[in-house]
Design a protein. Structure first.
Lengths: 337, 337
DNA sequence: GTTGGCACTAAGGCATGCCGAGTGCTAACT
DNA sequence: AGTTAGCACTCGGCATGCCTTAGTGCCAAC
């Protein structure tokens, strides 16, 4: 019983099952792949694979389907990442050009990825802790309500309404703004909390309280950009692959809606040497995703944010991984250094 | 055959069907509701209702289920809007207090509504065309790239990166900002496009091109706030009511994702005297929603934006309408005039 | 280590028959 | 005229049983 052939058999099973959705048997295998041996031999190999926990039979007399572990081995050792077709590459390129607003770029990207893979695509907003403060604006909305706006040099804008505690004149607010801005311009968002106290304590006591409130607001904004949000697209694809995991579509939607879950999942995924991370079935920390796989990769100037897709474990990993990787690369290029 | 009793029968059918999910027959009806007549009489009434197209039998020997038209009559004439329970009211109130950021409020609201109704909830961002420009900021990101930020007195912030066409010094940009701001402060967003040309033509020729680019950017931002976005929550509830319309969940997700579809739908819905609009099944302009109903109402200071829910036609209209209306009222109160 | 053969197994498809829920109609009742 | 009881009829749903089919595991032979 040759080891290489066993792997070949596993590969064949995965590939056939992925696109037939049906348990694959020994006879069908020898017919569809020229393995050079008889079905009986394959049966022996399959029995061995089953012993190793790589495949399983849903019932006595059916073919085999890959287990999570089987997919894992397939992804890690057997499959080669398929390159995208030139038309696909062109599509990506042309779609992503001609927009420069961050929200817009991410939105287009995630839609494109979901179409490309026929799965749900998600993208995390880029981390900004290294981004620097470009501008600060305080706008008096109501007697005590101030809109605090923070603009980073990456083009990201964060805003928040805060209550300064007592009435504040327009020019006093302008003064505070100048003061904050003078000290804070160029400060990386990540260092915001270290610099703010000094600014506040330098303010005249009359406005100390307001300054403190404003500083708190700014700090929250700075954290917002770290705490991250995400965009997704293609949830309808879940329903299409309905046939696969009809029961679990609910939990999956919940997971997607609870962005925290997805964000944690994405950030915990370790990339393999090929630059793509795959999390299969029960490998996922979240129970609702027990029958789903996530394929993700990092992107952006400092490769900290993630982009990826979520689909049934029964998915075409090579193609999907290729798509995710390609889209991430284009995205990185667009966002520039 | 008494007309009032016929309506009573329709009401009973709708109510029973809504919570049993099964066609309801004449005998079951007389048992569960004290109608004071025999099942044979009900059968006659039902035959009449069927002739009028208000109910239909899925097959020869099954009970009847309401048609879209039947639901319509039920909603319009029969049902009374049920008041929410005090605990529910308290829940709404306490959840919505203690946040003043617009995004945050809408997000909480929509989650609450989806939990309350067990449906998908959607909320449209409030219209801002009557909001006034509070502040404008130009930030030079790269030699020719300028981030245009527009802050409205409602607390809404819009931003966009634009290409000004040629290099621009920091102080020149500051000059332009002052100029724009002087003219535009206090202008309602809706009138932006009428005022901008005058500002541009007043700029010195050297910076005319840049000013024009900036003006275009501002105009787009002004339109953005009209063209509206929406937030949603509770898509997982779709899967729960899986059993009802398993086939159509795909199209529904698509409709939700294509925000344009939903926004148009919401804005086209006319409210009835009770202040709630209901669109049932095929009444919906979008085909994917043929088996879904939308219950929505206006909210906000000038009652232009919409909030509502989307669910299967087989839904508990009275309770749902009450929830939507109540949440909309609280939301209006929070946003204040 | 590979192969062919054979007994065995469970699922899926299909016909059959039966039950129950529900209808429509008619004739009688109030 | 409206209401009711009764009855024949119609399907859907479910259980039953049968057959076919795809697949396995094992063994003896190559």
């Amino acid at each position: 019983m040759s080891e290489p052939r066993k792997l070949e058999v596993l590969r064949a099973i995965v590939e056939d099952y992925v696109h037939s959705r049906e348990p694959v048997g020994s006879k069908a295998l020898v017919e569809r792949h020229h393995l050079g041996v008889s079905s009986a031999t394959i049966r022996n190999d399959m029995a061995a694979l089953e012993d190793e926990g790589l495949i399983t039979a849903p019932h006595t007399s059916a073919g085999r389907i890959p287990t999570d572990k089987g997919y894992r081995l397939f992804v890690d050792q057997i499959s080669a990442v398929k390159p995208l077709s030139p038309p696909e590459r062109r599509a990506i390129q042309s779609l992503l050009e001609g927009s420069d607003d961050l929200d817009d770029v991410l939105d287009r990207t995630v839609r494109m990825l979901s179409q490309l893979t026929n799965q749900v695509a998600v993208v995390q907003y880029p981390h900004l802790s290294r981004a620097q403060i470009r501008h600060i604006e305080f706008v008096l909305l109501a007697p005590r309500k101030v809109l605090v706006v923070l603009i980073a040099d990456s083009g990201k804008v964060e805003q928040r309404v805060i209550d300064v505690g007592h009435d504040l004149a327009d020019d006093a607010l302008a003064g505070l703004r100048t003061r904050f801005l003078a000290t804070l311009a160029g400060t990386p968002l990540g260092r915001l909390s270290m610099v703010l106290p000094a600014v506040v304590s330098a303010v005249a006591p009359v406005h100390r309280q307001a300054a403190q409130a404003l500083a708190n607001g700014l700090e929250i904004l700075g954290q917002n950009s770290r705490e991250e949000r995400m965009v997704m697209a293609g949830t309808a694809n879940l329903a299409r692959s309905n046939v696969d995991f009809p029961l679990s579509i609910g939990p999956v939607l919940e997971a997607l809606e609870e962005q925290v879950v997805m964000l944690r999942l994405l950030s915990e995924m370790a990339q393999d040497p090929r630059g793509v991370a795959v999390s299969i079935g029960r490998e996922n920390p979240y129970d609702g995703l027990a029958e789903a796989s996530v394929v993700a990769t990092a992107y952006g100037p400092d490769s900290t944010a993630k982009i990826g897709i979520l689909g049934p474990t029964r998915m075409d990993y090579p193609t999907t991984m290729a798509a995710v990787r390609a889209v991430a690369r284009y995205l990185s290029r667009i966002l520039g250094p």
